[in-house]
Design a protein around this ligand. Structure first.
Ligand SMILES: Cc1cc2nc3c(=O)[nH]c(=O)nc-3n(C[C@H](O)[C@H](O)[C@H](O)COP(=O)(O)O)c2cc1C
Length: 165
């Protein structure tokens, strides 16, 4: 608790913290994560941290007020790197009593629903509540996708800054 308060106490104000964790093989999900980060950082009173899913641990989750996940659907399921992150942190998050609102962005060829189902099922078991409907970005990353991710990143950060979740 004290560690968390010290972490948030920056420049005389209490900052909310958003953790963006992503997994990407070809770079598509990474581009979406970057766009979400660009939107989130527009919120001056929110500290946004970006981590690769492989490098994200329960210490990062403990410092965060909200979690934004970005990953692809592979073979009808959540990408392996993101699945590893969720499996690795499932019990540690429960043990610490973490309840983080989350937002999910899925990069997909033509579906994405399998990845969404998996994330929702895993996170409901911790439980982490969704802060928004999952967003599936299908096909090649385009300007519309990037805009949508920026907007969602900013909206989530703004909500965290206002303490509405
Ligand atoms: C091995 C493999 C399996 C895939 N399976 C699916 C799938 O089941 N459904 C889908 O919509 N897209 C599928 N795709 C497409 C990816 O989801 C899409 O290309 C995504 O943008 C990849 O993002 P990333 O390279 O950042 O991980 C697959 C791609 C690969 C390489």
């Amino acid at each position: 608790m004290l560690e968390s308060l010290l972490y948030h106490y920056i420049g005389g104000g209490l900052l909310a913290s958003l953790l963006i964790s992503y997994h990407s093989q070809s770079g598509s999900s990474a581009r979406l994560a970057r766009a979400a980060w660009q939107g989130a950082r527009l919120e001056a009173d929110v500290d946004t941290v970006v981590r690769r899913a492989w490098d994200t641990g329960v210490a990062d989750l403990s410092m965060a007020d909200g979690l934004l996940l970005v990953a692809a659907e592979n073979s009808g399921a959540l990408s392996g790197g993101m699945k590893d992150f969720l499996d690795r942190n499932f019990y540690p998050a429960i043990d610490r009593g973490l309840v983080l609102p989350y937002v999910l962005l899925v990069s997909a060829g033509n579906d994405g629903r399998g990845a969404v189902r998996q994330v929702e099922r895993i996170l409901s078991g911790i439980p982490f509540p969704p802060a928004a409907e999952p967003l599936i970005l299908r096909g090649e990353v385009c300007d519309t996708h990037l805009r949508d991710c920026r907007e969602l990143g900013q909206a989530f950060a703004a909500g965290l800054g206002m303490g509405i979740y």
